[in-house]
Every structure is written in C-alpha cells, then in structure tokens.
Design a protein around this ligand. Structure first.
Ligand code: B12
Ligand code: SF4
Length: 411
C-alpha cells in the first residue's frame, strides 16, 4: 500500500511549494536531489531507518521534519534527529510549519491543541505515488480513531479516545477521483465504529458498484442491517481483531467488545453474508503457554477463516501495554529496528525463543497447502483472489524462514 499519510501532507502543502514523494519500500532515496525541506513519516519499526535518513539530510544542511505515530509518542527522542516534530495529525498545523520554515523560524515541536476537523479535507496527492509499484493503490480514509481503547494499540494514544467521521459527501467526492474498477481499501481502524455513519456511508456507496475491504470490530455481526448494507455496497473482506482465545488475556488487553464464546457465532454470521474474514491474533500474551500456537491455528482453521495474521505482543511506546511492560522491566530492547522482527519483551509462560518459533510455526501451518485447501476449497469466482492472497502469504513466510526446520523444531 502507498503512504496515504504523506499524500495527505503533500495535499496540505501550500500550492506554490513543489512537492515530491519517495517511498523507500519501492524506490531509492536520492540524497543528492536539490531540496529545501524533508518531511518523514515514522512508525516505531521504521524509526531507526527514518532517523538515519534524517541525519543524512541534516548533515547536508537540509531541514527535516518528522511526523506520524512514533515521533508523536516519543517527541524528545525524535527531536534529536529533526529540526521539528509534528505531534498528531498534520491538518491545521502543516501550513504553519511551512510558513515558519520560509521565515526561518521553525519551532522544535508543533502540537495540535485540539483534534482537527475532518471537514473540507483536501484530496490526498495520489498522483505523487510511484506508478505500478503497489498492489493496493486505492486506499482512502473515512474516519479517524476508534471508540475503543485496546491496551496494545497505538490508535488510542495517537488519536485520543475519540472517533471522528468525514462527511459522506466529501468521501464520495474523493472516491470520484479514484478507479472504481480496482479494489478499494478503506484504511479506517474500524469502519463500523459508529454504525449510524457506517450505514449512511454504505448506502451512499451502493450505486458505485465497488469491491471494498476494511477493518471492523466484531460488533458488526450484531447488526443485520449493517451487514446487509456492507454487502450491498461491495464489502468483500473484513479484517477483524479476535486477538486471543483466552478470556483473561482479553480482559488484560481491555478489548471489551470481544466475547470469545461468541466468536464462532460472529464468524458464521459474517460468512453467511458472503463476506470473507481476515483474522488478527496475538500469540504469547501473559496467559498463553506453549499450547497457544496449536490452539489458535486450529481455531482459525476450523472457522475456515479465509486468511489470518499471527503477531506477538509488541510494546509500542505510548500504549498502555508498552508502558506496563516497561514498568515491569520486561522490555529487552529499545532498538526499534528489532520491533516486529524479534520478540522484544519477556513473555510470562514461555521463553522468547519458543514464542518466536511458535509464531513462525503458526504462519507455516496456517498457510500450508492442506490448510489453504481445507479453508478455501476449490477455486471459483472471487475465491481466486483469496487463493492468491493465501499463496502469497505462503510464499512470503516460507521464503522468510527459508526452510521448514523451525516448524519441525516446534513440533
Ligand atoms: C493502512 C495502515 C497500514 C498499511 C499501509 C501503510 C502505509 N504505507 O501507509 C499496511 C497494511 C501496509 C500497514 C503496515 C504496517 N503497519 Co500499519 N497502519 C495502517 C493504518 C490502519 C492507517 C494508516 C493510514 O493510512 N491512515 C490515514 C492517513 C491519512 O493518516 P496517517 O498515516 O496517520 O497520517 C497522518 C498523521 O499521522 C500525520 N503524519 C504522518 N506522517 C507524517 C509526516 C510528517 C512530516 C507530518 C508533518 C505529519 C505526518 O499527518 C497525516 C495526516 O493527518 C494505521 C492506523 C492509524 N490510524 O494510524 C496503522 C498503523 C500505522 N500501523 C501500524 C503497524 C504496527 C504496522 C506494521 C508494523 C504491521 C506489521 N506487523 O507488519 C506494518 C509496518 C509498515 C511499514 N511501513 O513498515 C501501527 C503503528 C504503531 C507504531 N507505533 O508504530 C498503526 C498505528 C496501527 C496500530 N493499531 O497501532 N499499515
Ligand atoms: S478495536 Fe482495534 S483499532 Fe480500536 S483500539 Fe482496539 S485494536 Fe485499536
């Protein structure tokens, strides 16, 4: 997916300023290019690289501004690598940053005093995305934040405990600039966070004849009208955080909307509307012993989830989980480059090595050919795309682990 946040920052830039966008996932950064100002989006797992890029530009005398989740959580740390930090969303701040830059009066930190309005947002500069470089190019955001507050999630710490929706007619105006024939991905954290808004949006989408995917909470299964409208407007896949099969874990995560004994019902209901489910699971939480891997994968297989992701807990700075693990002295490194690639905390009921191995096994097992076959069956119609996605995950994880030896070791 392309960096929609940066395309929005570009759109918020005054029109007289010439802007270019480089995504290092798909292109090489030209450090020799003549530029006056660099803005970089920073997630925790990209912070080490982002700081290096920032240091390189600053050594050449180019001013650098950092924004996004990580600098917003750790502005002091990020400040060491930047001329300015933008905490929170860019709307309502960025034009002032540019003005101050032009006047050579950049402040060290720019912070939102209140959450910016989502009225009259400009259309993100998708024209700046590298051509042909992305599988999902059609990303669009309709809401910001999430009404819930799970302890491991950066969304609450970044957006506060709130949920803001864009006017539906403005979303439609933006959609009018996009390719309706290609799959649309609503990058909202929870597209059904406010059912009234979601229904209004889905109703308005029906004539567009789209195919779309998004993230949603399990709550969607309790509202038939919402499900009907989702299908009628072209919903094909919902990405849903089930997180864990342990009630004690769930309560520690503060995910009050999930009820484990209802998971089967929720999944069957959503499936009955012809919507595929991509499940998210976290392995290695405090109540998990080494049986968690098989238990979780078997559940996802029995439920015939069309796809799934297995993660271990990541103590992102600014989150309640990050803070409590830090306080307990259980975070083993703050080398951000290891976040996502390694287990960076001490699990309670297993070693870091077992968690790392069990996690790999879960991916390899869930995406084994037999498992894909049992979950998806024969290829027909839309399931061809789900097969492709599953085969992609299979290829990706097998290549990542090179051999199946970790799977054997785990077993
Ligand atoms: C879509 C999405 C993805 C997509 C696309 C990412 C991309 N290329 O942009 C995919 C699926 C690929 C993805 C992958 C990952 N993601 Co992601 N993703 C999101 C999601 C749901 C929406 C992001 C989005 O597009 N929002 C809409 C745009 C308009 O907003 P925005 O990006 O936040 O940008 C605004 C501000 O942040 C700010 N801003 C951002 N950058 C900058 C830069 C400057 C200079 C300025 C001034 C302002 C500024 O201004 C923008 C306009 O207001 C967010 C959740 C969220 N709501 O933030 C998680 C989120 C960003 N992802 C997260 C994570 C953890 C990941 C992964 C590590 C997951 C994984 N295990 O693989 C990977 C890492 C990707 C990578 N680059 O290495 C975490 C980050 C936590 C953290 N502290 O770092 C988030 C917050 C989710 C969460 N629940 O915690 N992700
Ligand atoms: S429901 Fe999802 S987006 Fe909302 S706080 Fe929990 S994990 Fe984050």
């Amino acid at each position: 997916m392309p960096p929609l946040g940066l395309a929005m920052v570009a759109a918020l830039t005054p029109p007289e300023v010439e802007v270019s966008l480089t995504d290092e996932n798909v292109t090489v950064i030209d450090f020799q290019k003549e530029i006056d100002l660099v803005g970089i989006t920073v997630l925790t797992n990209t912070a080490t690289r982002a700081y290096k890029i920032a240091d390189t530009f600053r050594a050449k005398g180019v001013k650098v501004i950092l924004g996004g989740s990580h600098p917003s959580a750790l502005p002091k740390e990020a400040s060491q690598h930047a001329d300015s930090i933008v905490i929170g969303e860019a709307e309502g701040i960025w034009a002032k940053v540019i003005e101050d830059f032009k006047a050579n009066k950049l402040k060290k930190i720019y912070s939102q005093s209140a959450q910016p309005s989502l009225l009259n947002l400009p259309i993100p500069r998708r024209d700046l995305f590298a051509k042909g470089a992305y599988y999902f190019r059609n990303t669009i955001s309709t809401t910001r934040g999430c009404p819930f507050a799970c302890s491991f999630c950066s969304v609450t710490s970044f957006f506060g405990h709130s949920y803001r929706c864009r006017p539906v007619e403005e979303v439609l105006k933006e959609l009018d600039t996009m390719n309706h024939k290609k799959l649309i991905c609503f990058v909202d954290d929870n597209i059904v966070g406010k059912p009234k808004f979601a229904k209004e949006l889905f109703r308005a989408l029906v004539p567009y004849k789209l195919k779309w995917i998004s993230q949603a909470s399990v709550t969607i299964a309790g509202d038939d009208e919402l499900l009907e409208l989702a299908v009628a407007s072209g919903c094909k896949v919902l990405l849903i955080g089930f997180e864990t099969l342990s009630p004690a874990n769930l309560s520690a995560l503060g995910k009050k909307i999930n009820m484990i004994d209802k998971y089967e019902k929720v999944i069957k209901k959503i499936h009955s509307y012809g919507i595929a489910i991509h499940g998210f699971f976290i392995l290695g939480l405090d109540e998990d012993d080494k049986d968690v891997f098989k238990r979780t994968v078997s559940f996802a297989q029995e439920m015939r989830l069309e796809s799934a992701q297995f993660a271990w807990p990541v103590p992102y700075p600014g989150t309640a989980l990050g803070e409590s693990l830090d306080k307990a002295g259980r975070i083993v490194t703050k080398d951000w480059s290891q976040y996502e690639t390694n287990v960076v905390f001490e699990p309670k009921l297993m070693s870091q090595e077992i968690l790392q191995l069990g996690h790999k096994w879960a991916w390899l097992e869930f995406y084994s050919l037999l498992s894909i076959w049992r979950r998806l069956g024969i290829i027909r119609g839309y399931s061809a795309q789900l097969w492709m996605l599953n085969l992609y995950y299979r290829f990706f994880w097998r290549r990542k682990f090179e051999t199946n030896k970790d799977r054997k070791k785990h077993e």
